[in-house]
Design a protein around this ligand. Structure first.
Ligand code: PLP
Length: 367
């Protein structure tokens, strides 16, 4: 039995992080109001994470959001998802440069300690604990919907920063009958290597058709390591201090447990396209390139008789280049939310790659 979650994309950014991000925005606002504080969120995006942060924080009174994206280097759908949000606390900056330039700019702004402290600068990203915590609920919900009597289910998880996978591990630790987690990666295979060789080692990033999984280290993997080091933070801290120069070995007495619970599979772009094509031809369902890695992993490494749930991560319309390559004749249905943004007015401040101009722009509106 193979099952596919069809309800992947009803949130505001049509991605699986939405429920967690909505919770995050609300809990931020709740605590800030209670503590009479304000927060300025600052981030760089190559497309996907920006809209999630914006949707999470729009219309919040205690939060201002500044998202920097590389001008003309983000797809139209992804740009419009960010720039058509009508809320006075949302500020989109298009920087005349690459995504790396945007990231460097954000780093420089965070390094400005006086500025950072005065305006309570913060990042919203996938290593926030609230995201893992909230997403562990997806596993319980799914289990209750799909498991027959008290059987064990396995989950296949398209993985980048290991946030959702860690949420699954958390659910299992809380007692949910999960048999195993299939960790699906694209060509950026730090996680696949970690589970195949018991060694966590930073790698180079290559661009793939599943860009939300293009990472060189999996930030949330540190959380699993912490558990594997018997929740001993000084032991882990010692290892992390010399990482990434030195790789980290999964403790020997935990290797068997890890190998039994975590399986992994790596998928290159050709396999992603092939899986999108195959699934479309077989059941008429259009996968996005990230979810395709999860279906692939489930097909390649799980025993046929065992039920596996593939976690869907995004709506394919966000990655239309890949879909066009996989199934050229496919005409995608445009979800209502996207259709709306295609018609609305955009709000963008275009700025050169110039530290003081960007800082001044932020200072004008920051809380
Ligand atoms: C965030 C994301 C992933 C990876 O999830 P992690 O929890 O960081 O491992 C995969 N696909 C999509 C579409 C995403 O947005």
């Amino acid at each position: 039995r193979q099952m596919c979650i069809r309800d992947r994309s009803n949130g505001p950014t049509i991605a699986f992080k939405d429920i967690a991000m909505q919770f995050l925005g609300n809990i931020f606002e709740y605590l800030l109001v209670k503590q009479k504080k304000t927060l300025n969120i600052l981030g760089a995006t190559s497309g996907d994470t920006g809209s999630a942060a914006i949707e999470a924080c729009k219309d919040k009174k205690s939060i201002d959001v500044f998202i920097i994206h590389p001008k003309n280097r983000v797809s139209e759908v992804q740009r419009r998802q960010m720039t058509t949000v009508k809320s006075s606390n949302i500020h989109n900056i298009a920087l005349d440069g690459t995504f790396d330039d945007c990231q460097d700019m954000v780093k420089d702004l965070f390094a400005d300690q006086v500025f950072r402290d005065k305006h309570n600068l913060s990042a919203v990203n996938s290593i926030n604990w609230a995201r893992c915590m909230t997403q562990s609920v997806y596993f319980f919900w799914t289990y209750l919907k799909l498991a027959q009597s008290d059987e064990e289910l396995s989950f296949s998880i398209p993985s980048g920063n290991f946030g959702h996978a860690y949420a699954g591990w958390t659910a299992k630790e809380m007692g949910l009958p999960i048999k195993s987690l299939l960790i699906a990666t694209n060509k950026n295979d730090v996680l696949h290597k970690a589970f195949s060789n018991n060694t966590y080692e930073k790698s180079k990033v290559t661009q793939t058709l599943a860009p939300s999984m293009d990472i060189s280290v999996a930030s949330n993997f540190e959380r699993l390591l912490y558990n594997l080091f018997d929740n001993n933070s000084s032991k882990l801290a010692e290892k992390m201090r010399s990482f990434p120069e030195n790789s980290i070995l999964i403790p020997e007495d935990k290797q068997k447990l890890v190998a039994e619970f975590f399986k992994s599979h790596k998928c290159d772009d050709e396999e992603i396209l092939q899986q999108i094509r195959d699934t479309y031809n077989e059941i008429g369902y259009m996968l996005d390139p990230h979810t395709a890695t999860g279906v692939r992993a489930s097909n390649m490494i799980s025993p046929k008789e065992h039920p596996v749930v593939v976690m869907g991560t995004a709506h394919p319309i966000k990655f239309s280049d890949a879909i066009e390559r996989a199934v050229p004749e496919y005409i995608s249905e445009i979800p209502e939310r996207i259709d709306g943004t295609l018609k609305q007015k955009e709000n963008i401040k275009i700025l050169p790659e110039d530290y003081s101009q960007i800082k001044n722009f932020i200072l004008k509106s920051a809380l």
